[in-house]
Design a protein around this ligand. Sequence first.
Ligand SMILES: Cc1cn([C@H]2C[C@H](O)[C@@H](COP(=O)(O)OP(=O)(O)O[C@H]3O[C@@H](C)C(=O)[C@@H](O)[C@H]3O)O2)c(=O)[nH]c1=O
Length: 183
Amino acid sequence: MKIINTAIPSVKILEPVVFHDERGFFTEAFRDNWFRSNVADVTFVQDNLVRSKRGVLRGMHYQMEQSQGKLIKVTEGEVFDVVIDLRQASDTYGHWLGVTLSAQNKRQLWVPEGFAHGYLALSTHTNLDYRCTNYYHPESEVAIKWDDSDLAIAWPLETNQKPLLSVKDACAIPFQLAPKFKC
Ligand SMILES: Cc1cn([C@H]2C[C@H](O)[C@@H](COP(=O)(O)OP(=O)(O)O[C@H]3O[C@@H](C)C(=O)[C@@H](O)[C@H]3O)O2)c(=O)[nH]c1=O
């Protein structure tokens, strides 16, 4: 597995080695001991599988309690995956980062605790799966507006394209009003 650094030092792109033969391909998508030694010494406790249509935008989400580190990958289609650094003590506080994850490039994105996360589905059928370091805690969940003007996330939308949002995301709050993490 290759580690690619990003503009936010604790956020990493992982690129697995893929073995192709006449049957198809084989790849080790996750190895606990390698991940703990090379990326982050965490334990994953929940795996989520999500199907989205083209134009679905989920985000920007986080939990104030039971903050979740997330390891994200796409097994069908393509997404533009975005994180926002909400750690007030961080040099990159308030910065966002976008990465294309696809079934083709097999890239995974490691997002530690203290970030908001969201993505735009770019394919007709998109399957994304991610493992989390903490359990779902809807009571402390926060959604920041995907199109917050202070953040100005450059979503790869067509001119006049409106993303398909959940009710929760359509009512999300501005970045300025969102609770942040102290460290
Ligand atoms: C996130 C989650 C949802 N659910 C349920 C609640 C609801 O009925 C249904 C759909 O939930 P949501 O609308 O919150 O799903 P979604 O908008 O996909 O929420 C997710 O968005 C991405 C961007 C993230 O980073 C995740 O942490 C999570 O917030 O699934 C669970 O049972 N467990 C979970 O861990």
